[in-house]
Design a protein around this ligand. Structure first.
Ligand SMILES: [Zn+2]
Length: 235
């Protein structure tokens, strides 16, 4: 498939993960689609934006979850262009629970990908994280097309089964790992936040979803801890 290097610059909700290529998109003027959190200010390029937005459907800071109820989860999957509406209607609570578990597995996967994983306390993936992904892989049929000119690519358009819709996210991750963009998708270093953000900084050393909130909060907390320790080293 063609890698989509820049962000969507449209609010057209009919656009799914195939997106539009807009190489010269200006980030400051872009409009993000409705399936992206309105709080997203460090969006990944398409199609990695889908993975980021899926993880960020859970906002721990504001205690909101766009997948909380089954109907909300179905609506988000349709809106994001991952799942056809009739398939969403057929999807059971068990299936949607798997989707919610896969979301946390992918969050852990993002944390593992970042250089500071160990120092951020992002432990190696274990059965709790890998289990839902293995369940998903056993259920899904990879939604791939082989074109007449011999290209193997992701099918365009939404899937007609939930497992196939979720496996699209894993295929997007695989492509991002191959092209290097995966390394820029990170979790916020605030353990109470863990928002997924795309680090566009030149140094690639961004640590926070937002410096003004999480960055300063944790820096002040660390500073207080160091001062307390300096006053009473026995603590
Ligand atoms: Zn944060």
């Amino acid at each position: 498939m063609t890698y989509i290097k820049a962000i969507l610059v449209t609010h057209d909700q009919s656009i799914g993960f195939t997106g539009h290529v807009k190489e010269d998109a200006n980030l400051s003027t872009m409009t993000l689609p409705a399936w992206v959190s309105e709080l997203e200010d460090k969006p990944a390029p398409m199609p990695l934006l889908l993975v980021q937005s899926f993880v960020n459907t859970l906002d721990r800071d504001n205690e909101t979850d766009r997948l909380a109820s089954d109907d909300d989860a179905r609506a988000w999957l349709i809106e994001a262009g991952l799942l056809e509406a009739p398939a969403a209607a057929r999807t059971s609570t068990d299936g949607l629970n798997l989707a919610r578990q896969v979301r946390e597995s992918i969050r852990a996967l993002i944390g593992q990908g970042q250089a500071e994983a160990a120092e951020l306390g992002l432990a190696e993936l274990g059965p709790a994280e890998l289990g839902p992904l293995n369940t998903l892989l056993a259920l899904a049929q990879p939604p791939l097309d082989v074109t007449p000119d011999g290209q193997v690519r992701l099918c365009s358009g939404p899937a007609d089964r939930l497992a196939d819709a979720l496996v699209i996210l894993l295929l997007i991750i695989r492509d991002a790992q191959a092209d290097g963009s995966w390394e820029r998708l990170k979790l916020c270093s605030n353990p109470d936040c863990r928002w997924a953000f795309y680090d566009r900084s030149h140094s690639r050393r961004g640590q926070w979803c937002d410096m003004a909130t999480c960055g300063n909060k944790i820096k002040n907390r660390n500073l207080r801890a160091r001062r307390a320790h300096a006053q009473d080293p026995g603590k």
